[in-house]
Design a protein around this ligand. Structure first.
Ligand SMILES: [Zn+2]
Ligand SMILES: [Zn+2]
Length: 555
C-alpha cells in the first residue's frame, strides 16, 4: 500500500494561459508552472489574469518549489505575484530561469526565491519529489517535459512541445527517454499539451521557416525589412538574423523585451549574432534601406508595443513608408486577433508591404498537432491520460486521440480548472474540487476585483450611468425642487433635454405617489422608488439599461 499522490489543476485547463498545477506527495507540494493569462475583451480594465492562489495560500508551509517547464509567460508570469505572499525555490532550465528572473527582479522579490537550474536529462530529488527533466522542442529554447517518479508510478507531463525532427538548435524532443521509461517502469499518468489537438497532421519544422524567410529577404532586396516575432522565440530571431546577414544587412532590435532577450540569449551562447552586425535602433534610420533589418516586439498587436506604435505612425525611432516591408513572423493567439487586425490596417494606411503567415509560411506553431500528439501517446502507452493546456474543445479532442491510441475509455479523464486527481493503488479517481476562479490584476491591485465590479464595468461600458439627485422633506412628505438628472453615456445631456426633463418628471411623479401613500417613508425606500421610476422611464423611452444611481437627500 503506497500513499496516494494527488494532482490539482489550478489553471490552464479550459483556457490557453495561467497554467498551474500542484502535485502532492507526503503532504508536500510541487508546483508545476505558475503562469498568467491575458484578459479577454470583456474583462474591462483588467491587465492580467492569474490562477486562483487560495489553495496555495492555505498550504503555504508545504510548498517545496515550483518547476517552470519553459520560459513563456503563460507558464511563469504568475510567479512575481505568488512570491508576494509565499517564498519557495524556482526550478527550471537556465534560460527559463533567466527569462523568469526579470519580472521577479522588477517586483523586488528576488529575496523570496532561489533559482535552481537543472540540465537536460537531469534526475533530481526535491523533498519527496523525484523529478526527471526531459528535453522537448517548443517555440522557446530549452523546454522540458517532466517525469515525476512517485510511489504511485510515473507521472509524465509533456510541457509545451512539438515533434520537430529538424529544430534550429538540433535539440529534439527526447522520445527515446520517454519510450525507455514507458518500457521500463511504465507511465501511470500522461498529462499532455492540447493546444493544437484540433489541428490535423503535423506541425511544420521551425527550420522550414528559415528557408521561407530567406526567400522573402531575397525578394525584398533593396527595401528596408522590419520583422516582428515573440521576444522569447530565440530560434526565430536566429533565423531572421541569419537571413539578414546573408543579404548583408545589419540588425537592430526594437522593444525592451526583444533587446533584453537578445542580450540574455547571446550571453548564454544560445543566439549567434556577431557584434559587428548589431546596431542600436537610433543609428539605423539613416542607413541605406537595403542594409537594415529591424527585429521588433509587437507581433500580437499589443497596445504600446513597438510594432503597434510604428503602425500608428507614432514610433520615435522609425517612420514606415511604402519603401518598407514588414514581416509578421507569428500567429495571433486567441483574443489578440482584433489588435493584430488594427496593426495590419495601420500598416496598409502607411503603404507598407506586409507579409504574414496567411501570405507566406513565415511562421510555424510551437505546439504538436494531432498526429504528433498521437505519436506521444502511442510511444508512452500511458495507463491513464488527462489532457492539459487548452480550451475545453481542445481537451475533448485530445481525449479522443488518446482513446484512438488505445487508452481505455474509463482511463481517459477530462479535467477542468479546480479538479483534482487522486492516484492510489486502486487507480485514479477524482478528488475534491478546489477554488480555481480567475484572479484579476488591475493596476497594483491583485484579487480586489471580482465579478461584481466587472459586471458594473460592463453595464457602464454598454449603457452608461444615470444619476438622479432628489431632495425630500420627510415631515412634509414632499419633494423639494425638481429631481436633477445627470448622465454619462446614456444620452448626450444638452442634445436630449426632453429626455432628461422627462426622466426628472417621471421620478417626481413616482415620489409624489410614494410619499402620499406610504405610512412611513424612509430614505432607503425612496431610493428604490427613484431607481424604479427612472429605470422604467429610461427603458420605455430608449430601450437602454444604464446603471441608475439614486441619491436621495433629506432637507
Ligand atoms: Zn509555451
Ligand atoms: Zn503554454
Amino acid at each position: 500500500m503506497s500513499e496516494p499522490v494527488t494532482v490539482t489543476f489550478l489553471g490552464g485547463l479550459g483556457e490557453i494561459g495561467r497554467n498551474c498545477a500542484a502535485i502532492e506527495i507526503d503532504d508536500r507540494i510541487m508546483l508545476l508552472d505558475c503562469g498568467l493569462m491575458f484578459p479577454d475583451a470583456d474583462m474591462l480594465g483588467i491587465d492580467l489574469v492569474l490562477p486562483d492562489f487560495d489553495y496555495l495560500y492555505d498550504r503555504a508551509d508545504r510548498i517545496e518549489g515550483c518547476i517552470v517547464t519553459h520560459g513563456h509567460e503563460d507558464h511563469m508570469g504568475g510567479l512575481s505575484f505568488l512570491l508576494r505572499e509565499l517564498s519557495f525555490p524556482i526550478i527550471g532550465s537556465a534560460l527559463a530561469l533567466g527569462l523568469a528572473r526579470n519580472r521577479i527582479e522588477e517586483a523586488g522579490l528576488l529575496g523570496r526565491t532561489e533559482f535552481i537550474a537543472v540540465a537536460d536529462n537531469e534526475r533530481r530529488q526535491f523533498g519527496p519529489f523525484d523529478c526527471e527533466f526531459i528535453p522537448v522542442t517548443h517555440s522557446v529554447p530549452h523546454g522540458f517535459a517532466t517525469a515525476f517518479h512517485t510511489p504511485q508510478g510515473t507521472i509524465l507531463h509533456s510541457g509545451d512541445f512539438k515533434l520537430d525532427l529538424n529544430p534550429v538548435d538540433g535539440r529534439r524532443t527526447d522520445l527515446a527517454t520517454m519510450g525507455a521509461i514507458a518500457k521500463g517502469e511504465g507511465i501511470r499518468l500522461l498529462l499532455s499539451d492540447s493546444t493544437n489537438a484540433c489541428e490535423h497532421g503535423h506541425s511544420r519544422s521551425e527550420t522550414s521557416v528559415g528557408k521561407v524567410l530567406f526567400d522573402v529577404f531575397h525578394a525584398n532586396e533593396g527595401r528596408r525589412i522590419i520583422t516582428a516575432c515573440f521576444a522569447s522565440h530565440i530560434h526565430r530571431v536566429q533565423q531572421i538574423a541569419d537571413a539578414a546577414i546573408s543579404f548583408d544587412r545589419v540588425i537592430a532590435t526594437l522593444g525592451r523585451s526583444m533587446k533584453n532577450n537578445v542580450q540574455l540569449a547571446r550571453d548564454m551562447g544560445l543566439l549567434d549574432i556577431p557584434d559587428s552586425r548589431l546596431r542600436d535602433i537610433k543609428d539605423v534610420a539613416d542607413l541605406p534601406p537595403g542594409k537594415v533589418c529591424v527585429i521588433s516586439t509587437g507581433s500580437q498587436g499589443e497596445p504600446m508595443s513597438a510594432l503597434t506604435l510604428m503602425a500608428a505612425n507614432e514610433s520615435r525611432w522609425l517612420k514606415l513608408t511604402e519603401d518598407d516591408t514588414v514581416i509578421l513572423s507569428s500567429h495571433p493567439i486567441p483574443g489578440n486577433e482584433m489588435n493584430v487586425s488594427k496593426v495590419l490596417d495601420g500598416l496598409a494606411r502607411l503603404g507598407v508591404e506586409v507579409i504574414h503567415s496567411g501570405i507566406e509560411d513565415v511562421h510555424a506553431s510551437g505546439h504538436a498537432k494531432a498526429e504528433e500528439l498521437k505519436t506521444l501517446i502511442s510511444l508512452t502507452q500511458p495507463e491513464w491520460f488527462t489532457p492539459v493546456h487548452g480550451e475545453y474543445r481542445h481537451l475533448v479532442a485530445h481525449a479522443g486521440l488518446a482513446r484512438q491510441m488505445g487508452v481505455a475509455d474509463d482511463h481517459v479523464t477530462v479535467c477542468e480548472d479546480g479538479d483534482q486527481l487522486v492516484i492510489t493503488d486502486q487507480g485514479i479517481r477524482r478528488g475534491d474540487s478546489v477554488p480555481a476562479g480567475y484572479l484579476y490584476v488591475d493596476g497594483s491591485g491583485v484579487g480586489d476585483i471580482g465579478h461584481g465590479v466587472l459586471r458594473d464595468r460592463r453595464v457602464l461600458a454598454e449603457d452608461g450611468i444615470v444619476v438622479v439627485l432628489v431632495t425630500v422633506d420627510l415631515t412634509g412628505a414632499a419633494v423639494v425642487g425638481e429631481p436633477e438628472v445627470i448622465t454619462k453615456g446614456w444620452v448626450h445631456e444638452t442634445d436630449s433635454m426632453d429626455l432628461i426633463d422627462g426622466c426628472s418628471a417621471a421620478v417626481h411623479k413616482g415620489l409624489d405617489k410614494a410619499l402620499a401613500s406610504a405610512k412611513r417613508s424612509d430614505l432607503e425606500a425612496l431610493q428604490q422608488t427613484v431607481r424604479r421610476a427612472a429605470g422604467t422611464f429610461v427603458k420605455e423611452r430608449t430601450r437602454r439599461r444604464p446603471m441608475i444611481v439614486p441619491v436621495v437627500i433629506e432637507v
